[in-house]
Design a protein around this ligand. Structure first.
Ligand SMILES: [Zn+2]
Length: 291
């Protein structure tokens, strides 16, 4: 179960890993906390699909549902919505207040209840989400971490989150945080592109991150996923309102990427099965048990 904040996050964080596991016969469910109703158009070539509009919360929700369905099909995974409304990324100084009723403003118990219910029904062995910082300072990403962490810890406790649905408690076995763009990866790809005589898009980014001294979290688990980078790319492109096919995500030639960095990284946050670090499989320790 991969828990994400917005439609498109599942395609940019650990996407090839979900595609790989799905292809290998694992039941993969992407859970999207919000409808992505406050995402701006980030692709200059985007055209609103016929019969739709992108100017209202409802209009955006509908368009992004279409995009999400295509992305899930590209990855070969199932996907469902928690039904919360996107909080938007506040910008300005001072920051504006978050919009009424948005995901990030929900009390923890109310925000977590639908995910607890879903964990009890889907019965995942492994859950993935973001680290406590959100991995990216969007209020929905931080909230996504909080609800996934809560559901991982509470879903197995029958005395908590008692619901009418009557789903039995379920205890997931492992919790991971997605690792996206580590400095190590940025540097390796940057150097490989320069070595190939290409212009790297990462120079400024590396410098600004180095200057801000963002602490690196430790990747415990590297999943070989290069064979599924094409699925990830197809899923990204499916989010046509958000992802520019000429943009940043596609700046690295795919043969260089597969050669220099064929893995996706995760951080093991909790395990209820014995496992040895570093790992190369999110299900390490579970396969041995046959569970
Ligand atoms: Zn997001």
């Amino acid at each position: 179960m991969a828990v994400h904040a917005h439609p498109d996050d599942e395609s940019s964080k650990g996407a090839a890993t979900t595609a790989r596991y799905a292809a290998e016969g694992v039941e993969v469910l992407v859970v999207t906390c919000t409808g992505g109703e406050r995402g701006d158009v980030l692709n200059p070539s985007f055209e609103v699909p016929e019969g739709h509009e992108f100017d209202s919360v409802e209009g955006r929700r509908a368009v992004r549902r279409l995009e999400m369905a295509d992305a899930a099909a590209a990855l070969g995974v199932r996907q469902t919505w928690l039904g919360f409304v996107d909080s938007g990324l506040p910008e300005g100084d001072p920051l504006p207040p978050l919009p009424d009723g948005c995901f990030a403003l929900q009390p923890l118990e109310e925000a977590s209840a639908p995910l607890v219910e879903l964990v009890r029904r889907f019965r995942p062995h492994v859950m993935t989400t973001y680290d406590p910082s959100g991995g990216y300072p969007h209020p929905d990403h931080i909230k996504c971490h909080e609800v996934a962490y809560e559901a991982y810890h509470a879903a197995g406790d029958a005395s908590r989150y008692v619901t009418d649905g009557g789903a039995e408690p379920w205890t997931p076995r492992k919790l991971y945080y997605n690792h996206g763009f580590s400095m190590e990866r940025l540097r390796a790809v940057h150097e490989a592109m320069q070595g190939a005589g290409l212009e790297s898009p990462f120079g400024d980014w590396i410098e600004s991150r180095a200057a801000r001294e963002i602490p690196e979290r430790e990747a415990t688990t590297r999943v070989h996923a290069a064979d599924y980078f094409d699925r990830r790319d197809a899923a990204l492109v499916a989010h046509a309102s958000q992802i520019d096919p000429e943009g940043f995500f596609f700046a690295v030639p795919r043969d260089i990427e597969a050669d220099v960095w064929p893995t996706e990284e995760f951080e093991l946050a909790d395990a209820r099965v014995p496992t040895e670090l570093p790992e190369d499989d999110l299900f390490a320790g579970l396969r041995e048990e046959g569970r």
